[in-house]
Structure formats: structure tokens, C-alpha cells
Design a protein around this ligand. Structure first.
Ligand code: GYE
Length: 311
């Protein structure tokens, strides 16, 4: 290909003309968690590997920053736009602007609630409701045969985000079948370690008898572990802990017995995203929904896979 172009005298010197390289504008949520760091790396590595030029923008967990980044991608006339929406609502206007500019959009990791699905080509990511259900199912099995009330505290992800909404809903649906499970406190920890610790501190002060913590991600769970230990309690023993993600630090805490169960959510979306980018750029039809494959981990399983865990 390169030889053929050179033979045709395609290189005229100076600024290279449009050499057919795809430019992808990507608006990331932020850098709030270990999951997010691994996700960013996966996207940057995969773009490089695929020869796609990446315009990367970090929204610092703010929708207004993301909308601004999307509009600037339109001004720059990128070929394809992908983004991981901070929250689910409020995207229709900007998505319509992008559509009018003729730029295809791919949603990664998180969904939007727009009724008009023609505003984006595909959505690649996990089934967060299913993740919440898996967390609930482990809990139901763990307390099988007991009748005493089980007091649960919940650390929610970013308010209004798809993973926070769906992980809460899936979990509530499963445990709701048995009235012994009671969520005694539920608040956002914004998917960060610092906020997870702060909110868990407050939970411990206002609730004397917490049996279980359900945290919507590992980072908040890890922050909460510090709060639990600070209160003189043993995480994983005095308070059972369920988290979501399965990043390395979470898996280490699981192997160490401080977390009891982790539902996996894969951040390695880069390679599949680049495949989709190439296809939509070429005007090919793509699947409207690309699901990520995931599993769950117990403490024993974490010990077994930890040495090979990449992120
Ligand atoms: O679980 C959390 C991150 O959207 C799936 O965002 C992602 C979530 C992930 O901050 O750790």
C-alpha cells in the first residue's frame, strides 16, 4: 500500500494531505478509579495499535465539560466521536448537533437514556443491571437458611450515572425477594476511594449494627475498608463486603480476606472500540449493542488469578 502510493508520487512534501488516517475524538469520564485508569490505557494503546489518531479529553466527572469536548470535536471535524457519558440524561441536544454534522457516535462503557437511538451507532459496555444481580445473588446464597435481619449499607457510584442506577436496581431486585435483607443506608461515594472512606465513616457513626457493605466499585470499597479498620472492626469478617470491577487492588483485598466477593466489570474496551470505529468510519453497519464478557470472583478465585491480573 505504502509502496504503491510512493510509486504514484503521492508524497508531495510539506504538510501531509489527508492520508486516510482516522481521527477519533474520545471524551473520557475522568480519572476517578482504578477501573477508569485501566480503561483509558486500553483505549490509548488500542488506538495506537490500530493506527487511529486519538484526540483524548478528560471531563473530570462533569457533564458540562463533556458537552464542551464533544462540541470541540465537531469544530475540529474529527471522523468519529466516542464517549463514556458521565450521567445518563441530558444528551439529546448535543447528540443531534453531532448527527447534523454527519459524525458517527459510539457510546462506550455507559449508556444514555435518549429515546432516539439513531443519535448513536453502537453502545459497547457491560450489563450493569446483571452486575447488581450477581452481587445480590451472592448475598442471598451467603445468608441462606438464616432468618435474622441482615443490615446492608450501600455506597453508590456517581449520582445519575448508568452504573450507579443499574447496579443499585439489579441488587435491589434480587435481595428484595426476601424481607430479611434491609438496606439501612445508601449514599453516593462518587466512585472514589476518598469519598468511599468519608461516607463509610458516617455510616459507621450512625449505624451500630452493619452486617454488609455493597459498594458499586472496588475503589469505594477500598476507601471503606480504611474506615472500617479505623473503627476497630475487621473488614470481610465483622462486615462482609461486596464490590464491582475486579481491578488489581480490589482483587488483592479479596485475596487478603478483606473483601468477600467481587463482580467483574471489564475496562479493556479499547480493541473492540477501535474495530467499531473503523467500521462506522467506513460506513459499515455495526451491532447496536456490543456486550462485554465478565465473571465473578470469590476469595479463593482471586488468589488463583491475581498473579496474572493485568490491571
Ligand atoms: O465501575 C467505576 C468507574 O462506568 C463501569 O466507572 C464504569 C464505572 C466503574 O468509575 O469504577
Amino acid at each position: 500500500m505504502v509502496a504503491a502510493l510512493a510509486a504514484c508520487g503521492g508524497d508531495t512534501g510539506g504538510e501531509p494531505a489527508d492520508d486516510g488516517q482516522i481521527t477519533l475524538g474520545f471524551s473520557q469520564v475522568g480519572a476517578e478509579s482504578g477501573w477508569r485508569t485501566a480503561n483509558t490505557k486500553s483505549i490509548q494503546d488500542a488506538a495506537k495499535e490500530a493506527g487511529i489518531k486519538l484526540q483524548f479529553s478528560d471531563a473530570q466527572q462533569k457533564q458540562e465539560n463533556q458537552i464542551q469536548a464533544l462540541r470541540s470535536f465537531v469544530t475540529q471535524k474529527v471522523d468519529v466521536i466516542a464517549f463514556s457519558p458521565v450521567v445518563e440524561t441530558g444528551w439529546d441536544t448535543v447528540l443531534r448537533e453531532i448527527k447534523d454534522a454527519g459524525i458517527p457516535v459510539i457510546l462506550t462503557d455507559r449508556a444514555v437514556d435518549s429515546a432516539d437511538t439513531s443519535l448513536y451507532k453502537s453502545f459497547i459496555g457491560s450489563d450493569f443491571v446483571l452486575e447488581g444481580k450477581k452481587a445480590g445473588e451472592w448475598l442471598v446464597a451467603e445468608y441462606e437458611g438464616t432468618t435474622e435481619q441482615v443490615n446492608i449499607v450501600e455506597l453508590q457510584g456517581t449520582t445519575g450515572s448508568a452504573p450507579a442506577n443499574d447496579r443499585k436496581a439489579g441488587f435491589a431486585e434480587v435481595i428484595g425477594a426476601d424481607p430479611k435483607f434491609k438496606i439501612v443506608a445508601s449514599q453516593t461515594g462518587e466512585f472514589t476511594r476518598a469519598k468511599g472512606k468519608e461516607v463509610m465513616d458516617a455510616f459507621l457513626k450512625s449505624n451500630s449494627d452493619i452486617d454488609v457493605l455493597y459498594a458499586h466499585n472496588d475503589d469505594m470499597g477500598l476507601g471503606a475498608i480504611e474506615a472500617i479498620e479505623g473503627a476497630g472492626l475487621k473488614p470481610g469478617v465483622d462486615i462482609k463486603i461486596i464490590t464491582v470491577d475486579a481491578v488489581k487492588d480490589g482483587m488483592q483485598a479479596l485475596a487478603d480476606g478483606k473483601i468477600n466477593f467481587i463482580v467483574e466489570c471489564s475496562p479493556l474496551l479499547g480493541p473492540q472500540l477501535m474495530e467499531l470505529v473503523k467500521k462506522v468510519d467506513a460506513g459499515e453497519e455495526v451491532e447496536a449493542r456490543v456486550l462485554t464478557e465478565e465473571t465473578t470472583f470469590t476469595q479463593e478465585q482471586a488468589k488463583a488469578v491475581l498473579p496474572e491480573r493485568q490491571y
